[in-house]
Design a protein around this ligand. Structure first.
Ligand code: DI6
Ligand code: FE
Length: 404
């Protein structure tokens, strides 16, 4: 297998419990063998064999290397846009008013249903490309704008196709229980029956890595969510949940009971939900883009999450209604500015903890044996990645050992 070295860099390994902030190694060398990171450490300790076996060396002129960024919560495959609703909200309508009046998610469902798979790929590719351009190497993409078997399948296939096309690893999540489609109006339990019928069929087609639901007063109840989680459990699929975004509905406690990988949003998370998440090892995914775009005022309980030792991830929530955002770097800044995370917590939130929110053990830090997904940045210190707004200092992305 070919061996390549990245030399003359500073490496923010982001390993948990490292002695240095960010797990920083000055004057580092990164050794890549095939698709894996084979060795990382200070240049002075590089074992001679790697130097002898290396076929290429990439001097980085002191640049910073971080793990490839991971966006662990997106809805980036959808048709159309909701710029008009943005205007309505600026005129005084609330997100919930618009949803209740048949706009909101329902309007994206109409646009998504009328799009072919090729249309969905073409419309969504620029969003994925924008993320990739900032050093994102793994993206989670949820369904949830199709809401019927074939429409959901088309969205999940488009998500997989996009990953191939843009050289980003895509993890797909089935979010059938996102909203009530019009043909089930007034019959939410009937629609959950339909979600339970879809899930094993989509899973059998290899389209589902995890299962999510929107547990909220404008979406599905905890009882309905539990039926979806039971079905996921029968198939051995991990679960995650949109929980406590607009109210404390008890979703986090429920999800933790199913060993959820993550609970996401969490502005209204209370002591009980946090306790359950801590016990289950569930990651808290914070979504400052949605908080900002909906002009929420209730902050997620970051101090409580810290106190309980709950790992925090940060993500774009890229979607047309509540977070039309394709910049994970901007989310680092907003996580710090709006939610008061430290830059180190924010960076762990798009690397180590984001990997955990997806159940991926082979990435998220710069460690020997993991996938060689990493980014070279033209910055001196890791905090600069969170400090700037709308600036992209990426120099190079390495995806599974190859320059992308
Ligand atoms: N929570 C969200 O923030 C998005 N979905 C969800 O369950 C919003 C989706 C949309 O408005 O289109
Ligand atoms: Fe979301």
């Amino acid at each position: 297998m070919t061996v390549q070295l990245w030399t003359d860099c500073r490496a923010a390994t982001m390993k948990a419990g490292a002695a240095q902030p960010y797990g920083l190694i000055d004057d580092a060398v990164v050794v890549v063998e095939g698709e894996r990171l084979a060795w990382i450490g200070p240049a002075s300790r590089l074992p001679g064999e790697w130097l002898e076996r290396s076929v290429a060396q990439h001097p980085c002129a002191g640049a910073l290397i971080t793990p490839g960024l991971i966006d662990c919560h997106t809805h980036l495959v959808f048709g159309g846009d909701r710029a008009h609703e943005f205007e309505l909200r600026l005129g005084g309508a609330s997100y919930e008013d618009i949803a209740r009046a048949g706009g909101g998610i329902a309007s994206t469902v109409r646009a998504t249903r009328s799009a072919s798979e090729a249309d969905l790929v073409a419309q969504s590719a620029p969003r994925l490309r924008a993320l990739a351009g900032e050093g994102v190497t793994t993206v989670e993409i949820k369904s949830g704008y199709g809401l019927s078997l074939e429409d959901e399948a088309r969205c999940l296939r488009a998500a997989r196709a996009l990953g191939q096309r843009e050289a980003v690893e895509v993890r797909t999540t089935f979010l059938g229980a996102h909203a009530l489609p019009p043909e089930f109006s007034g019959r939410p339990d009937g629609y959950i029956d339909e979600v339970l019928r879809m899930l094993p069929l989509l899973h059998a087609r290899g389209l589902v890595d995890a299962v999510d639901a929107f547990c909220e007063r404008i979406a599905f109840s905890t009882t309905q969510t539990e039926r979806v989680f039971e079905a996921a459990r029968r198939l051995g699929l991990p679960v995650k949940l949109h929980a406590e975004q607009l109210s404390d509905s008890g979703g986090a406690t429920l999800a933790a009971g199913y060993g959820a990988l993550s609970c996401d949003h969490l502005e209204w998370l209370g002591e009980q939900g946090a306790h359950a998440m801590a016990r289950a090892g569930t990651v808290a995914v914070l979504l400052p883009g949605a908080f900002y775009f909906l002009r929420e005022t209730r902050l997620p309980p970051v101090a409580l999450l810290r106190e309980k030792g709950i790992p925090m991830a940060v993500s774009t929530d890229c979607n047309p209604g509540s977070s039309p955002c394709t910049s994970l770097l901007l989310m680092l800044n907003m996580a710090c500015t709006l939610f008061r995370l430290t830059p180190e917590e924010a960076l762990a939130g798009v690397t180590r903890n984001a990997a955990r929110a997806l159940g991926l053990k082979d990435r998220g830090t710069l460690s020997a044996g993991l996938r060689a997904d990493f980014v070279v940045w033209n910055v001196q210190r890791p905090a600069e990645l969170a400090y700037t707004m709308g600036f992209n200092p990426r120099v190079q992305t390495i995806f599974a050992g190859r320059k992308r």
